[in-house]
Design a protein around this ligand. Structure first.
Ligand SMILES: Cc1cc2nc3c(=O)[nH]c(=O)nc-3n(C[C@H](O)[C@H](O)[C@H](O)COP(=O)(O)OP(=O)(O)OC[C@H]3O[C@@H](n4cnc5c(N)ncnc54)[C@H](O)[C@@H]3O)c2cc1C
Length: 486
């Protein structure tokens, strides 16, 4: 009898999990169930009047193996694009002025002294303090510390506040004073431990990575996306799941998971009433807070561990301008804003300058990121107010007063997990508990990375866990029935 596996959640994690299962085990019966009427979860590419608007993520890190790797496997290698070389510059907004982010950042860490020395973002005193990293010894025996504590200790308060904090917030929308270094950037602690200094260590790690990848000097892709947006990834994965014999159901939600004599009984809520199905394996690829109540009947500890992962909400405000003067003004990829500026917009991406094909010729598309940890009140504003807030920001920062011809607002409630202090321990407890639920796996952005490549890798390894469990159960049943010699 074919094994039946249910994947809950049709975001990138669930799609990657279902695709991986079917690619490795075409004999499995795989059903993916998504609550929403569309697939993609936070990947939401909208086309309107010739604009290509990303309401969630706008790109993914190409150096992480599963972004380009999966794209090539599913025939999308040629569809990948890189950001515009001509506009390759980003800024930090500090005291109302845009400062170019110094070149030579490796991860979050400035590793080239020349650009930092020339930058107006850091005072001479702050630059001198940063150089102290070369002399300062590693902190002995510190188990974990916050990102803010580590960066301030190594590079000084100013470099952290004006440069590292806003860049980090662009990834996690978080508060560096609460985020765990070990859970967010473990390689930085390792750099300090192994090499006695952060900058020295990061440079050594980079040399090693380059040597390990062939040392051919080839340029690895930074951020990448697809010609017509991230939707290409979602659509292609969905097509392949169907072509491999999988089933995809949208607009229906799983409401209950229970053990039954052989496997699990699943209740699915439909408009015309609940439906139950029996499955052998389950991959929960929902948000952590959506997976927690579903896991409760199977394992209280796993459910509680998921429930304890805090999340922040955000919104994206996208504006399109039919004004060549606006397009001319956007000469870069955008900017990030330090928390200490107390401004409502956390980051602004100038999408039409960053990527080809995002706005019709002569038009411009920007998007603003609002709602970081500790600044969540703004998300209660009506959409019109959010548009006004972003227009005011554009006027103050860039002198843009033009009226947008389109405005789209995307809300992500509980959209971003926060890897706060203790996160690694929570994940370890979760994984121990999950190890005891045979045939069930949890995957997504709540474990070891919020980026799309991390989610892909998480979905694929959840699929492997379920396959391993099911193979074990099958071997055990066969042996118990006397089909396999002991
Ligand atoms: C505004 C924003 C910008 C971002 N920018 C980037 C970026 O540029 N690059 C990057 O790499 N990452 C970025 N991220 C992070 C990245 O988008 C997410 O971590 C990733 O998309 C999460 O994917 P997922 O499949 O794990 O979860 P989701 O996309 O949240 O999908 C989970 C799905 O499960 C479904 N679901 C929940 N409960 C049930 C149920 N009971 N039954 C059925 N279905 C259910 C939900 O409807 C949802 O579709 C960004 C995130 C946000 C919010």
């Amino acid at each position: 009898m074919h094994q039946r596996v249910l994947v809950i959640g049709g975001g990138i994690t669930g799609l990657a999990a279902a695709h991986h299962l079917l690619s490795e085990h075409p004999e499995y019966a795989v059903t993916l169930v998504e609550r929403d009427t569309r697939l993609g979860g936070k990947i939401l590419t909208v086309e309107q009047d010739g604009y290509v608007i990303e309401g969630g993520p706008d790109s993914m890190l190409g150096v992480k193996p599963r972004s380009v790797g999966l794209s090539r496997e599913i025939g999308l290698g040629d569809r990948l694009i890189s950001p515009s070389e001509a506009n390759r510059r980003s800024f930090v907004l500090r005291r109302g002025k845009l400062h170019r982010i110094p070149e030579g950042l490796t991860g979050l860490v400035p590793t080239k002294l020349g650009p930092i020395a020339r930058s107006g973002l850091i005072s001479p005193r702050g630059k001198a303090r940063m150089l102290g990293d070369y002399l300062r010894r590693p902190a002995p025996g510190v188990a974990d510390e916050s990102l803010a504590s580590f960066m301030t200790r190594r590079l000084g308060d100013e470099v952290y506040t004006n440069l590292i904090e806003p860049l980090m917030a662009g990834i996690y929308a978080g508060d560096g004073r609460a985020l765990s270094l070990e859970a967010t950037f473990p390689q930085l602690r390792e750099a300090e431990r192994q090499h006695g200094g952060l900058v020295k260590g990061v440079l050594a790690q980079r040399r090693k990575a380059e040597a390990g990848s062939g040392g051919d000097g080839a340029k690895r892709p930074g951020f990448v996306t697809y010609r017509t947006g991230l939707r290409e990834l979602v659509d292609t994965l969905a097509d392949r799941i169907i072509a491999q014999g999988g089933e995809i159901r949208t607009g229906v939600a799983v409401s209950l998971l229970e053990r039954c004599q052989h496997g699990y009984r699943v209740t699915i809520d439909r408009d015309d009433g609940p439906e139950t199905m029996r499955v052998d394996g389950i991959i929960l690829a929902t948000q952590a807070w959506a997976a927690a109540p579903l896991l409760e009947p199977l394992d209280h500890y796993a459910s509680a561990a998921l429930d304890h992962i805090p999340h922040v909400s955000n919104a994206i405000v996208a504006l399109g301008f039919d004004d060549p003067a606006v397009a001319d003004r956007l000469n870069g990829f955008g900017y990030v804003v330090p928390r200490t500026e107390h401004r409502p917009v956390m980051a602004m991406t100038w999408l039409s300058s960053k990527w080809a094909g995002r706005a019709p010729e002569g038009k411009a598309l920007i998007r603003a990121f609002v709602g970081r940890a500790g600044q969540q009140e703004i998300l209660q504003c009506p959409d019109d107010t959010l548009v006004d807030v972003v227009r005011k920001e554009l006027t103050e920062v860039l002198g843009i007063t033009a009226k947008p011809e389109i405005a789209r607002i995307f809300h992500w409630d509980g959209g971003m997990p926060q890897y706060t202090m203790g996160h690694r321990e929570r994940v370890a407890a979760l994984e121990t508990a999950l190890g005891g639920i045979s045939g069930v796996a949890v995957a997504g952005n709540m474990f070891r990375g919020v980026g799309l490549p991390d989610c892909i890798a998480s979905g694929e390894s959840a699929a492997d866990k379920v396959v391993g469990d099911l193979a074990g159960i099958e071997a055990f049943s066969a042996a118990s029935a006397g089909h396999v010699p002991a």
